[in-house]
Design a protein around this ligand. Structure first.
Ligand code: SF4
Length: 508
């Protein structure tokens, strides 16, 4: 009797107990699950990245003398999903049990449980030790309808790990340097070039394969430049530590034309798939601070993203699924405009954010939150369509991380579980934080009229439309005071223009 150890697509880590504790008689099962690969039209570069990383990982395990069953998406047995592969393995082997690291996604766990039950196979879930917090850490408070704010969750995690701590107090007395992380980018600042990876035969053949098998998916396979092995991801991480981290803190919210990466780490895809360990990244950044290589605001800003935000988002997902996915607090029903898939819009900020997404399967968090997300919230785009878009287009996106970030943070569609208020901004914010407005078809200074920036009239229309639910929110009081100061005729004109814009498919 043998044990089958299933390695899921986003569990490519040698440090996981499921790998560390493998015995010589066990085997690993890898499945390129076609149903999952097409659940949403994942970006072609994302598919090349994920499948190449998975094939490289399996190859290394084989080289380490482990037995590996690897089922490709275009396999000869016509196996289309992990449950079908589990059934096939039950016919091929005399299995005693199956082990899986706890899946990051709800529907994957459900599918594995059902498949094992159907095959009368005992299934055990191993802990995912890459995370700092237990997956179900917020489940009880969610069941009791108690809300947890990210800031307090983050402070608990700092105390638990001792990262940037002096006893039970934060180093230098301050928990959060978010206010120091919002500087616009000076014109004179030069961003260092990213390193280039040489593509090996596995990645090259996947470029052709993905192009051939997933032709209608967004993006292109050419100009692929992401790490697909642990060693390559480590090199990318070292480059960030030395070349980008010192400037990451102050300019993490800045945007600039044709600079999709700026000083961001661009490692979220490596962390989420298992090529880099989040615990090691936090330790490295804390060490860079103690060695005087980086200011506290940059170190804290980075660690907050991983130890605070990423862990919080995962805990929210597991506390509120599956009901969470159906929420639509703002009653948003506008269809997703087709230009979200093409970038062809006259709004320069959106065309730039979407085009860089199409080019790289990546954009940084302010593009996601304050450009595409802000627009989706202001325009009342349907949450389900918006969430599918985010899940499809970003190389780091899996449902557990995408859903609370999009539905909760960007769209406020969860009614305030993730964010304490809707994150909305008019064109003035985009103008302050980027150089997009200068070359735009629209005039960021105008609130109404043919050339008015759509973010302006949509912003005021959003506040007026949702006055009943948001005017009581303390954190929205200034916005509502400003709304009350508007001339009624001006507001009426903006609201009419917003209605016309939305009716014309969001491209006025
Ligand atoms: Fe975006 Fe408005 Fe600026 Fe154009 S003017 S780039 S639409 S914020």
């Amino acid at each position: 009797m043998v044990t089958m150890r299933i390695i899921l697509l986003d569990q490519l880590s040698f440090d996981l107990p499921i790998v560390q504790e493998a015995k010589s008689e066990d085997f690993f099962l890898f499945v390129e699950d076609y149903v999952e690969l097409t659940r949403v039209p994942h970006h072609k570069k994302k598919l090349v990245f994920q499948l190449s990383a998975m094939r490289h990982f399996a190859q290394t395990l084989r080289a380490d003398s482990h037995e590996v069953e690897y089922i490709q998406h275009n396999n000869e047995f016509n196996i289309r999903s992990l449950p079908e592969a589990i059934t096939l393995m039950c016919t091929k082997y005399d299995l005693s049990r199956c082990l899986v690291t706890e899946p990051s996604e709800y529907h994957v766990e459900q599918a594995i449980n059902t498949a094992c039950l159907n095959n009368k196979l005992s299934c055990e879930f191993c802990p995912d030790t890459r995370f700092f917090a237990d997956r179900d850490v917020l489940k009880e408070s969610a069941a009791l309808n108690k809300r947890t704010m990210m800031e307090f969750f983050y402070r608990k995690m700092r105390k638990k790990t001792g990262l940037l701590m002096d006893g039970d107090q934060p180093i230098s007395g301050q928990w959060n340097y978010d206010k120091d992380n919002r500087k616009p980018l000076p014109k004179s600042i030069v961003v260092p070039e990213r390193l280039c990876f040489t593509l090996d035969s596995i990645t090259q053949s996947l470029q052709s394969e993905v192009q051939h098998c997933f032709p209608s998916h967004i993006g292109e396979v050419q100009n692929f430049n992401y790490a697909v092995t642990h060693a390559q991801a480590h090199t990318a991480w070292q480059q960030f530590l030395h070349c980008y981290l010192p400037q990451f803190g102050p300019y993490q919210d800045a945007m600039r034309m044709e600079e999709p990466f700026l000083f961001h780490a661009v490692v979220s895809m490596y962390v989420n798939i298992g090529l880099l360990c989040p615990k090691k990244l936090c330790a490295d950044v804390a060490q860079a601070y103690t060695q005087g290589k980086v200011a506290l605001a940059s170190a804290e800003g980075f660690i907050r993203q991983i130890l605070g935000w990423r862990e919080f988002i995962r805990a929210i997902y597991w506390a509120y699924m599956p009901e969470y996915k159906t929420r639509n607090f703002c009653n948003a029903n506008t269809p997703l405009p087709q230009w979200y898939w093409t970038g062809k819009t006259k709004m320069r900020c959106l065309s730039e954010a979407i085009q860089s997404t199409i080019d790289h399967a990546y954009s940084h968090h302010i593009h996601r939150l304050m450009i595409t997300g802000n627009f989706a919230l202001l325009a009342g785009l349907q949450p389900e369509e918006v969430c599918s878009w985010y899940w499809a287009v970003y190389a780091d996106a899996y449902e557990w991380v995408e859903l609370p970030n999009t539905l909760g943070m960007a769209l406020h569609g969860d009614g305030g579980v993730v964010g304490t208020k809707p994150y909305i901004a008019s064109g003035a914010y985009v103008n302050r934080m980027s150089d997009y407005c200068k070359g735009c078809h629209y005039d960021v200074k105008q609130k109404t009229g043919e050339n008015a920036c759509p973010f302006n009239y949509l912003y005021w229309d959003f506040l007026a439309r949702h006055q009943e639910i948001f005017s009581k929110n303390q954190r929205m009081s200034l916005a509502y005071k400003n709304l009350a100061r508007l001339e009624p005729q001006v507001l009426a004109k903006m609201r009419q223009q917003a209605t016309d814009f939305l009716q014309k498919g969001c491209d006025g």
